[in-house]
Every structure is written in structure tokens, then in C-alpha cells.
Design a protein around this ligand. Structure first.
Ligand code: BG6
Length: 485
């Protein structure tokens, strides 16, 4: 049986992710009584701090980032009591030895969360191993970016594998912690009505959009090296695509689910220099306005001219029986007009309309799964417009809408990391990304980047607050399809 962690060791404990997401998530779990009673959380980073100073910082982070009304003095007191801090310079082995001493028995119940720059992964793992902290029971969670291409991702994976075997390596993609993303599996595999239609015979195309209104948020150094393809498509969007497209797993367990996802990733048709212009569009935002407020252009924000893409649209194909000939259009960008993550499934039209002779046209059904900001499922159906039909039958498309927030109003909306941290503490890897998935993702992305380089393609400008360059509209319009907005 997998042992629950009694020590959670957080690298990068003074960083942005810890303040905005990890500490509030752990607090949320604690407030619901879900953390093991004896769980200690040991934060570590370079900053010289003692336990008390770390607790004060954590308290400030909770007050700033927890949803309004959720902070309670009593729970915070209990939660902060779990926190400890050990300063550590990753280049200095003595810090790791101090850490090991503080942990006491590293071979029982230790889970590690690494959210540092990937260049520090290897020295951190070496340091942990050197201090005896890589025992056969310790689990290791890794936050993205896990490399910048297939080769660097393999290097990271190899160095992790030297100390932590795959079944104890938990690669995080926080989209998998989102409730609606998991709900995709429930929608597909806990209902009998969708699966028979979930294939090329009945589905015309799929669109996946991840639109953000934010710009760089102070992460210019990282983002300018990454760009939208590596920052969003390589991980989150390909995971969404895999969940939409995978075959039914035999069971809801980590091996079966991930086996099916990786098959989809391997079946993605490579986009090469021969077709990259027809199948991809990149963009970079210029200054513009969002919600009526002026915002600077990318070059201004990052502080120099750059060829990094802040928008990417792709037309992808999955070469297997189920999806033969069904395009998957993916699009993501920063400084879009609204925050919107959704999966749009366009079904095919009825094979023959009995209403055509009465002047009515039908529209094909659509299923729209809203991931954020609202969690929704909307099924668009054709219905008869009320009336006596003296001028012919009139049909109209009407949505069958489910707002998950209303349907489950008794449940608190959780941060995606709550689920992932709890699964890490309890040792369930189902919602973490396996090495073969990450490498298949990078392999596909690398081909696209190589094709852009070979063709000398650079991002087209778009005004902040718009849906990207007009070429992105042409990408779908060429196929007679419009982006769903
Ligand atoms: C991160 C990216 O992985 O996901 C960010 O690095 C992006 O650039 C973020 O803003 C989006 O996450 P969410 O949960 O807000 O959609």
C-alpha cells in the first residue's frame, strides 16, 4: 500500500507559485480536514528565514490570495503551525544535510515538490541523493517547464530517473487538476449517449481555445525564451486534446488512463516544413485595449524587440481510425479580448433533412465544454420555433446549458493544485504526466518549431484585445469553419 506523506518538502517556497497557489491550496485542504493530521510542511529556498518569518510570509500570502471570506484565524493558526523553513543554497551540500537532519527519518512519508528553475533540477536531485533524501519511498513532484525541447526534457527526465523511478515521479500539469478537465472523462465515459457519436463518422471537427487577457505578469525572462507553443500547447493544450481524443481506458487508474493518452499523442500527425504554413499561424501582440483599458505591446512589456510568439493557432490531425479526417483546431494567446478556455465539438449535420421541403434549415449539433472562467457544458440542439407554420417550418438552435457551479452549488470551487497536492501526498499518480507523454508532446512541438525556423516564419502582429492575427481566421475559414467565439 502507498504510504501517505507526513512531510511535504517544498522547494521554491518563497516563490510566486507557492504564494499564489500552493500555500492557499494546502490551507484549503487543511480547512476541509483532508491533510494527514501529522503532516509537516517544510519550505526551502535561498532566502535566509526562520520558521516564524516563513509563517508570517505564508500568512500574508493566504490573506492576499484566498477567496474573500475563506480565511479564518483558527484554521490559519493550525495550518501555519505545520510550516517550517530551512534555507538552502542548492550549490552547497551542507544545506541538504541540514534539511535531512530536520526531516529526521527521510525514508518514511516524504513527498517533495520542486518548483524551481529547471536548470536547478539536477543539482537539487544530486543534493537530495547526497543527503540520503532519495529513499525508495520518497515521491518527487516536478513543476513545469520540464525542458524547452525533447532533448532538454530527456536530460531532466534522466537526471530525475537516476534517483526517483517513474512510479514515484509526479510531473505536474495543473490543467489536469481542474475540475472541468477531469469532468471531460466523466462526460465521455459515465454517459452512454456521447461515446457512440465520438468519432469521425459523427464529429466534423474539434476546436480547443485557451485565451488569456493577461500579458507577461513579470515573467518576461522565462516567457521570451518559451513562447506560446512551448508555454501552453506543449503541455496544457495537448493534455486537453489527449483527453478529448483518447479511447476509453479499461479502468480509471494511472496506467490505463495514461496509456490511452500517450497513444493519441503518438498518433498526432507531424507538422513539417511542407505544410507548416497551411497548418499554423503565430502572432505577437501590439499595444491595444482590454476591457477598455490601454495595455502595452509585447516588445514594450518585455523591454526589447523579440520574435517570440504570444499567440499560436494550429490545425492538427490524429492519424487513427477514430479521428481519420477530423481536424483539431488549437488556439491560444495572451492579451485576447476575454479569458476563455473551452472545448468545442462540432457534430456533423443530419444526413438528410425532412424539413427542407418546408423551407427550414438545420444546423449541426454542438457540444461546448467551458473550462474557465465558468465551468459549463452546453449542448446546442435544433428545436421548432413556436408557431402555426403557415409560412413554413422554422427551426432554431437552442442551447441546453449546465452551469456546474449551480448544479454543484453545495461544493466549494477548488484551486487545481489542491487536487494535485492531495494526490501527491496520498501517492496517486493518475493526474500526473508520465515521461512518455511529456516526450511525445515535445517531439511533436519540436517538429513545428523546426519547420518555423526552416521556413523563416515569424509572428504576425495583432492588437492586444483582439483574437490574434487575421491569418488565424483564415486558417479555419479555408475549411469553411469559423472559430467559436
Ligand atoms: C501556465 C503558463 O502554465 O499556465 C502561463 O506558464 C499561463 O503563461 C497559465 O498564464 C494559465 O493557467 P490558468 O490556470 O490561468 O489557465
Amino acid at each position: 500500500m502507498v504510504e501517505k506523506a507526513s512531510t511535504l518538502l517544498m522547494f521554491g517556497a518563497t516563490g510566486d507559485l507557492a504564494r499564489r497557489m500552493l500555500l492557499p491550496s494546502l490551507y484549503g485542504l487543511d480547512s476541509d480536514g483532508l491533510l494527514p493530521a501529522d503532516l509537516r510542511i517544510i519550505g526551502t529556498a535561498r532566502t535566509e528565514l526562520g520558521d516564524e518569518a516563513f509563517r508570517e510570509r505564508a500568512d500574508a500570502a493566504l490573506k492576499e490570495h484566498l477567496p474573500q471570506g475563506f480565511y479564518s484565524e483558527g484554521i490559519a493558526k493550525r495550518f501555519l503551525g505545520r510550516l517550517h523553513y530551512v534555507p538552502l543554497d542548492i550549490k552547497d551540500q551542507s544545506g541538504f544535510d541540514r534539511l535531512a537532519k530536520r526531516i529526521g527519518d527521510p525514508c518514511h512519508g516524504v513527498a517533495i515538490f520542486l518548483s524551481t528553475a529547471p536548470s536547478l533540477f539536477k543539482p537539487t536531485i544530486d543534493g537530495l541523493a547526497g543527503a540520503g533524501l532519495a529513499c525508495p519511498t520518497v515521491r518527487m513532484a516536478l513543476e513545469k517547464p520540464l525542458g524547452s525541447d525533447l532533448e532538454s526534457s530527456r536530460e531532466i527526465n534522466d537526471s530525475v530517473a537516476g534517483a526517483f523511478p517513474e512510479d514515484r515521479t509526479f510531473r505536474i500539469d495543473h490543467y489536469l487538476g481542474k475540475e472541468t478537465v477531469q469532468n471531460l472523462l466523466a462526460l465521455r465515459f459515465a454517459n452512454s449517449m456521447f461515446e457512440p457519436l465520438w468519432n469521425a463518422t459523427h464529429i466534423d471537427h474539434v476546436q480547443i481555445t485557451v485565451a488569456e487577457t493577461i500579458g507577461l505578469e513579470g515573467r518576461g525572462d522565462y516567457y521570451d525564451q518559451a513562447g506560446a507553443l512551448r508555454d501552453m500547447v506543449q503541455n496544457h493544450m495537448l493534455q486537453l486534446l489527449a483527453l478529448v481524443a483518447m479511447e476509453p481506458p479499461a479502468d480509471f487508474n494511472s496506467t490505463a488512463v495514461r496509456d490511452e493518452k500517450v497513444k493519441v499523442l503518438h498518433a498526432l500527425r507531424a507538422i513539417t516544413s511542407a505544410d507548416v504554413e497551411a497548418n499554423s499561424v503565430t502572432g505577437q501582440y501590439l499595444r491595444g485595449a482590454i476591457d477598455g483599458e490601454p495595455v502595452p505591446g509585447y516588445a514594450e512589456e518585455v523591454g526589447h524587440e523579440s520574435t517570440t510568439e504570444t499567440f499560436v493557432a494550429l490545425k492538427a490531425h490524429i492519424d487513427n481510425w477514430r479521428w481519420k479526417g477530423v481536424p483539431f483546431y488549437l488556439r491560444t494567446g495572451k492579451r485576447m479580448p476575454m479569458r476563455d478556455t473551452e472545448i468545442f465539438i462540432q457534430f456533423r449535420d443530419v444526413p438528410y433533412s425532412i424539413f427542407a421541403s418546408r423551407g427550414a434549415t438545420t444546423k449541426p449539433n454542438k457540444l461546448i465544454i467551458g473550462v474557465q472562467p465558468e465551468e459549463t457544458i452546453s449542448l446546442h440542439l435544433m428545436a421548432k420555433t413556436p408557431g402555426l407554420d403557415r409560412q413554413g417550418v422554422r427551426l432554431r438552435e437552442i442551447p441546453l446549458d449546465i452551469g456546474l457551479a449551480n448544479a454543484f452549488s453545495e461544493y466549494r470551487r477548488r484551486i487545481a493544485y489542491e487536487r494535485l497536492l492531495l494526490d501527491l501526498i496520498e501517492g496517486d499518480p493518475t493526474l500526473f504526466v508520465r515521461r512518455d507523454e511529456v516526450e511525445a508532446q515535445w517531439g511533436w512541438i519540436d517538429r513545428i518549431r523546426a519547420a518555423w525556423t526552416e521556413k523563416g516564419l515569424t509572428p504576425r502582429p495583432y492588437a492586444a484585445g483582439t483574437w490574434g492575427p487575421s491569418a488565424a481566421i483564415a486558417l479555419t475559414e479555408r475549411d469553411g469553419i469559423s472559430w467559436h467565439e
